[in-house]
Design a protein around this ligand. Structure first.
Ligand code: PEP
Ligand code: MG
Length: 574
């Protein structure tokens, strides 16, 4: 059955692929011991399920769907081989005989053992085949539960797989490699959640906030995901499929054309140069930064180095990561944010679960509450300043005393390095993120003590409008064009410009072309965004004349009616 769902577009591009449902629990099965008289019956259940799964593969091979490519057979062959491995085809029977356990448990234990063998391979491709082992086991378990897979098994060729999840944490998302999946979709989420931000940095189309997609979509359904419009089409007919294939190739041609702007300067029509920087989460991201022609890094979210691990990175590991980015950017500006952990980015043993994490011990508050961790990071950061053009950025400042304490920490760390004779950049610039309304409204006090400022629009909007940016139930209220938000943005940009303190915007708004002229009109000259957005924003700048947008921008800033604001913005962009 074909149907369409609408969600929130968070990372553009069109993907066509087969659904893979992410289910953390599918291999979580119960374990119980059977009375001896039921053992033979349990073994018979296993043999029936095993044969049914084999038959399922055979029938899939002989009924290969017309849209499936030739790799389909190779992929099925691999899954058949996995199923026939003695660990899966014989091991569970022996285990039930020996231990009188339920067969689902025996399959789980044998699957883990087989997957562990794949873990030993040096070759990354072979290691990744663990996922195939789990998929085969899931198929077997589905047979046992009386709900066999009824859709054609797809290629699992990575580029053609679309990951369907109820929700993904930023920590889940950061583990995916670029191009591992053709697209992501989730029931939960909103446009500026960190999960969405990481999807964008992977340059992978993504739609979130689809509510019941995970429940409605079946494994291997054919999906079309439009990351520009936030549309998902499940099991499209041939006409729709052909139409989207065309749109997909047009989109790719457009991307290639945009990439030709890579080495062009981002100058307005009247000759003003705008700096376009990139946001990164991992040192490896600098490849994309360069490919897209960003002229520096405006935000390195260093906290991603701390996720998905039991042991936190020590000073040496952090130093290496920061040094590698600075050296890789060859003298271009690299702004590294001290870790913004807490809220949706929790780590074991450090961040406390609070009743309202977004308002709790997060970012600089957590750094100051964990002096040992903070000092380690500051040492690593300062040491790395010797190897490139590093600036340090402090997240989520709300009051001057936090800033004073932070500056004191930095001074003490510098003194310690001096005593040890370790070199660092004595002139290293320290900046602050303006992402809490209190900081925006008392900007002078921050601007006086800092070398530069960066507006985090994701949080500034969250905290101004009292909307949890990760909560899809209030995602519709998240409005970057709310008059209060526009007022704060223009106030911060104008004040910083008046005081001569460099100011940039590094929240998601900076990478959305619909706001580029508005920001330029407010006086912004530095933007930092997901690398993949740099060419699009550059194109918008190249077609903008600052004198021509001045009057309309002022009209937008004076307007207080949301409809009027949107009408005027449309005019500004036409
Ligand atoms: C922001 O809040 O806009 C920002 C850039 O920081 P983050 O999205 O990591 O909170
Ligand atoms: Mg923020």
């Amino acid at each position: 059955m074909s149907f369409t769902l609408h969600g929130i577009a968070v990372s553009s591009g069109i993907a066509i692929g087969y659904a893979h449902l992410l289910s953390h629990s599918s291999l979580e099965v119960a374990h119980y011991v059977l009375p001896k008289r039921f053992v033979a019956e349990e073994i018979a259940r296993f043999e029936v399920a095993l044969n049914a799964t084999r038959n399922e593969f055979t029938s899939l091979r002989s009924n290969r769907p017309s849209y499936a490519a030739a790799e389909f057979d190779a992929f099925l062959e691999l899954h058949q081989m996995i199923l026939d491995d003695p660990l899966l085809s014989v091991g569970p029977r022996e285990m039930v005989e020996r231990e009188h356990c339920n067969v689902e448990w025996a399959i789980k234990v044998q699957t883990d053992a087989l997957a562990a063998q794949f873990d030993e391979f040096e070759d990354a491709y072979l290691r990744e085949r663990q996922a195939d082992v789990k998929q085969v086991a899931e198929r077997l378990l589905k047979q046992l539960s009386g709900q066999p897979g009824h859709q054609p098994t797809h290629l699992r060729r990575d580029v053609e797989t679309i990951l369907v999840a109820h929700d993904l944490s930023p920590a889940d998302m950061i583990q995916f490699k670029p191009q591992q999946y053709a697209a992501f979709l989730t029931d939960a989420g909103s446009a500026t959640s960190h999960t969405a931000i990481v999807a964008r940095s992977l340059n992978t189309p993504c739609v979130v906030g689809l509510h019941r997609a995970r429940e409605l979509i079946r494994e291997d359904d054919l999906l079309i995901l439009d990351g520009e419009q936030g549309v998902l089409i499940v099991n499209p007919d041939c006409t729709i499929l052909a139409e989207y294939k065309l749109l997909q190739s047009e989109w790719e041609i457009e991307r290639k054309k945009l990439k030709r702007l890579r080495s062009a300067r981002a100058n307005t029509l009247d000759g003003v140069t705008i700096e376009l920087y990139a946001n990164i989460e991992k040192p490896e991201d600098i490849v994309e930064v360069k490919e897209n022609g960003a002229t520096g890094i405006g935000l390195f979210r260093s906290e991603f180095l701390f996720l998905n691990r039991d042991q936190l990175p020590d000073e040496e590991e952090q130093f290496e990561a920061y040094r590698a980015v600075a050296a890789g950017m060859k003298g271009q500006s690299v702004t590294i944010r001290t870790f913004d952990l807490g809220a949706d980015k929790q780590i074991k043993g450090v961040a406390q679960v609070s009743s309202n994490p977004a308002l709790g011990l997060r970012a600089i508050r957590l750094c100051l509450a964990e002096p040992r961790l903070f000092r380690t990071q500051l040492r690593a950061l300062l040491r790395a300043t010797h190897y490139g053009n590093i600036k340090i950025l402090i997240p989520m400042l709300s009051c001057v005393s936090e800033l004073n304490q932070t500056l004191q920490f930095i001074d003490i760390t510098k003194q310690a390095l001096d005593c040890e004779g370790i070199p660092y950049d004595r002139e290293v610039k320290i900046g602050g993120m303006i992402e809490i309304p209190a900081a925006a409204l008392s900007l002078n006090a921050f601007a006086r003590r800092l070398d530069f400022l960066s507006i985090g629009t994701n949080d500034l909007i969250q905290y101004t409008l009292a909307i949890d940016r990760t909560d899809e139930d209030v995602a519709h209220l998240y409005d970057p064009l709310h008059p209060a938000v526009l007022h704060l943005l223009s106030h911060v940009i104008a004040t910083a410009n008046k005081l001569g303190v460099p100011i940039s915007v590094c929240g998601e708004m900076a990478g959305e072309p619909v706001y580029t002229r508005l920001f330029l009109g407010m006086g912004l000259r530095q933007f930092s965004m997901s690398s993949s957005q740099v060419p699009t924003i550059k194109q918008r700048i190249l077609s903008t004349s600052l004198p021509q947008i001045a009057v309309l921008t002022q009209k937008i800033l004076r307007a207080d009616d949301p409809v009027k604001i949107r009408e005027l913005l449309e005019k500004l962009n036409s």
